[in-house]
Design a protein around this ligand. Structure first.
Ligand code: AMP
Ligand code: MG
Length: 310
């Protein structure tokens, strides 16, 4: 077994490879890092030089050419925005920033209501049009893309594609807790992972075999601040402009594409238990939703997740 690790997107990555007995001759660690660096160079909203920041800065509705990877993520993000009726919104950057979860810096108390109203003023994802044949997109001059809800998963997919391109077919990739497994471990077993409950919640551990499968988790415990006894988490409900308050402790999604798992996990977190379950059932998403309640935590497995965990 070969192990590699490094840093990207403000978090860490790790890769385990079950290699043939001859070992690995290529400089795989450097190749993985450059696959991830490419995602950051294109899609980081923390780096003013990224393609995404350049796209955001244009204050007109001119078409802008995008690199293929950026276009791929934008198209997927808009599809999930559509499916979730805007609960997932990749053009929410101004609100995320305002609430202190973006490059503008952290905050200790909620913003003023008129500042929230102003940041919500734009059309969000509806302001963005894409042209697949031309690999171009445009917005009405008001959109601020923020791919934090989907980019880690895409980074995992990019690393997986890179490894497969190198002829490596048995691996487990992880970026900031999002995972994708391919092939088998050296002992012939699939890559089993334990899906752990959020801190402070005791639930039976779900084990899943990541056989050509990805898993992504969103949780209110991951990034939040507290003010006067209330908890403000980094998932923002575009419908209210406020951090979600639906009592979701964590949402885990299983999907062949880690990008889609990541986006759906964020979408279901924003939708909350009732609407989230309904969407997961309708789209046949394999999801595990954990909600906080007065009588302790409740876990709900979508029908697709039940089939997978059997
Ligand atoms: P995740 O950890 O994948 O759920 O992503 C959370 C991050 O996505 C936040 O830190 C924000 O930058 C961004 N985000 C927050 N709310 C939304 C939303 N409703 N739709 C899409 N991205 C969001
Ligand atoms: Mg996500």
């Amino acid at each position: 077994m070969f192990a590699y690790h490094g840093e990207t997107m403000g978090t860490t990555w790790s890769v385990r490879i079950a290699a043939p007995s001859g070992g690995i001759s290529q400089p795989i660690g450097a190749g993985i890092q450059s696959a991830l660096d490419r995602v950051v160079t294109q899609m980081s909203h923390w780096d003013q030089a990224s393609d995404l920041c350049r796209f955001n800065r244009v204050r007109s509705d001119a078409w802008q050419s995008l690199p293929i990877e950026f276009f791929t993520v934008l198209e997927a993000a808009l599809a999930v925005a559509h499916e979730s009726e805007g609960a997932f919104d990749p053009a929410l950057g101004a609100l995320v920033d305002l609430w202190g979860f973006g490059p503008a810096g952290t905050r200790a108390a909620p913003p003023a209501p008129d500042a929230i109203a102003q940041a919500r003023d734009g059309l969000g994802w509806r302001a963005i049009a894409i042209d697949r044949r031309g690999l171009r997109a445009r917005h009405d001059g008001s959109a601020t893309l923020d791919f934090s809800g989907i980019a880690k998963g895409f980074g995992v997919d990019q690393v997986a594609d890179y490894l497969i391109g190198q002829g490596i077919l048995h691996f487990l990739v992880e970026v900031g807790g999002e995972l994708r497994g391919c092939g088998l471990k050296p002992d012939g077993q699939p890559w089993w992972v334990d899906l752990e409950a959020p801190p402070g919640i005791t639930l039976p551990v779900n084990r899943v075999a990541l056989h050509q499968l990805s898993v992504a988790t969103s949780g209110d415990y991951r990034r939040h601040f507290e003010h006067e006894g209330a908890r403000y988490a980094h998932s923002i409900d575009p419908r209210t402009g406020w951090p979600v308050n639906a009592g979701m402790a964590s949402v885990t999604v299983l999907h062949p594409s880690c990008m889609m798992a990541d986006a759906y996990a964020t979408a279901l977190t924003v939708l909350g238990l009732d609407q989230g379950c309904a969407l997961a059932e309708r789209l046949d998403i394999a999801a595990i939703l954990v909600a906080r309640g007065d009588k302790g935590a409740r876990e709900w497995l979508s029908p697709a997740a039940m089939r997978m965990l059997d």
